[in-house]
Design a protein around this ligand. Structure first.
Ligand code: ZN
Length: 478
């Protein structure tokens, strides 16, 4: 790859990102951080996407060996992918392909546009993926990424109601959670104080809330439930605490009705969330607005289209783009990063899209019904496919069930796969009604018969950080 062309295309790409950046340091209005962009007409949004895409393809071709190989292998040149309507020509990039690249080119792979020279002169940080579907992929970022990250996340946080005068209690282990780092940097950028709460016991976290009076509690959904219960045990009512917003990321929550209701009732607070992935970072992809739930009861998540192109594709039909209103998995073309921009990366969550304007006035596409889980997490039990979130919805719909539950998938000696759910309930000594209620709640949602064990409250291990609720011990995996 020519050094001159690499540098020239990088310059052009960063220039077009800069050209379309608005309200970097301060919000443009009380309703929107970047009003001109967030309420732009659909034509204007498309024009911005096309302007960025035209510079993105040559930038990737000249700065990422992974993308160059892909263009060359298909006989395409960067000029072939310069407008949004060209995107379907480009086969979506999935995690497996990145893993293969990483294995062939350790330790960083060639799928990003970050190199040793940037790393040594103006490098910022790295974020690894969890590695749940293969070797962990690591993404290096530059100082420029940090700037764009702060800006995009400030827009998203402003949308979900973070304002000066609030205080955020951020409980996250600052390890691999991109979400937590992004929230931290954006809050500092916005001038909103953040109280870090990682590495504390649940009791201490409750004490922090009572003593320092934060208004937004930001953490994983399982933690929100846990802290609320501990607060009750300490003799305080979470609903009467200073918390008015529950801000989640990292696990589906807002889209699982029964979980959302449980959280809202417990804290008397609104649930808002970020949605995204490490690969298309560094910043949130989706976010709540002042109307996190539509009138019809469906949760809605905004996506930021001037910085990313979002598509829904059908994995059962050669990843063809689905029509608006139909279900598909998320595919993201990221155009807000120097180091980790991508053409059609498969994020992989099922949802549906709506491009009509939201009540909040934003004109960008919304995901309706939330994100029920990554396609990778899909459970296939005797041919019936479902997400763990559907089981959670069923379990939490039953009155009196504790917040912790465990799902075990196992193969019986006669070779049949089955699912067992352990739940906590005060009626554990006479569990028949609870067993029947959980069985019905699950069966009515996924047509699967399950075995249910009812144990005494506080028997199951408490979730400390990210909840791992499914234990797949089956002899033959999917
Ligand atoms: Zn909205």
């Amino acid at each position: 790859m020519s050094k001159n062309r690499a540098a020239a295309t990088r310059r052009d790409y960063l220039a077009v990102l800069q050209q379309h950046r608005r309200n970097f340091s301060e919000p443009g209005s009380d309703a929107y951080w970047s009003p001109e962009l967030e309420t732009a007409s659909r034509d204007k949004i498309r024009a911005i996407q096309n302007a960025k895409l035209e510079k993105l393809s040559p930038f990737l071709y000249e700065n990422s060996a992974f993308y160059r190989r892909r263009f060359d292998a298909t006989g395409m040149i960067p000029d072939d992918i310069r407008r949004v309507e060209d995107l379907p020509k480009w086969k979506p990039v999935d995690k497996k392909e990145m893993v293969a690249d990483l294995e062939a080119n350790p330790p960083w792979g060639t799928y990003t546009t970050h190199d040793e020279e940037i790393w040594n002169s103006r490098g910022w940080t790295i974020f690894p993926t969890s590695g749940s579907t293969g070797m962990a992929r690591v993404f290096r970022y530059s100082k420029t990424d940090l700037e764009y990250w702060k800006w995009a996340n400030s827009r998203a946080l402003w949308s979900l109601g973070a304002r000066p005068g609030e205080k955020v209690f951020l409980i996250v282990g600052f390890g691999p959670h991109v979400w937590g780092w992004g929230v931290l940097h954006a809050l500092a950028h916005m001038g909103i104080p953040c109280i870090p709460g990682g590495g504390l016991t649940a009791e201490l976290r409750c004490n922090f809330i009572l003593r320092y009076q934060p208004t937004i509690l930001a953490t994983l959904p399982s933690q929100l439930l846990r802290i609320g219960h501990v607060m009750r045990e300490l003799g305080h009512d979470p609903a009467k605490s200073s918390i008015t917003k529950l801000f989640t990321g990292g696990e589906p929550a807002a889209g699982i009705k029964a979980t959302r209701r449980r959280l809202e009732d417990m804290w008397d607070a609104k649930v808002v969330e970020f949605y995204g992935c490490t690969e298309a970072s560094p910043h949130s992809g989706g976010f709540s607005c002042s109307h996190p739930v539509r009138e019809d009861g469906a949760v809605q998540t905004h996506l930021m289209e001037d910085i990313q192109v979002w598509e829904l594709c059908d994995p059962e039909n050669d990843m063809s783009v689905v029509a608006e209103g139909s279900r598909g998995i998320t595919v993201c073309t990221n155009m807000n990063s120097e180091s980790s921009s991508h053409l059609r990366f498969v994020v992989g969550d099922y949802t549906t899209f709506d491009t009509t304007p939201c009540v909040c006035g934003r004109t960008h596409v919304r995901a309706i019904g939330g994100f029920q889980g990554r396609a990778d997490d899909l459970i296939n039990l005797r041919g019936i496919k479902f997400y763990p979130s559907v089981v959670e919805e069923g379990v939490r719909a039953v009155d009196g069930i504790g917040d912790e539950y465990l799902v075990t998938l196992d193969t019986s000696p006669d070779g049949i796969d089955h699912m067992r759910i352990r739940v906590e309930h005060v009626d554990h000594a006479q569990p028949d009604n609870v067993v029947a209620a959980v069985q019905n709640a699950v069966k009515s949602r996924i047509e699967v018969s399950v075995e249910v064990d009812v144990v005494a409250p506080h028997t199951l291990p408490k979730t400390e950080m990210k909840a791992k609720r499914v234990d797949d011990r089956r002899a033959k995996q999917r």
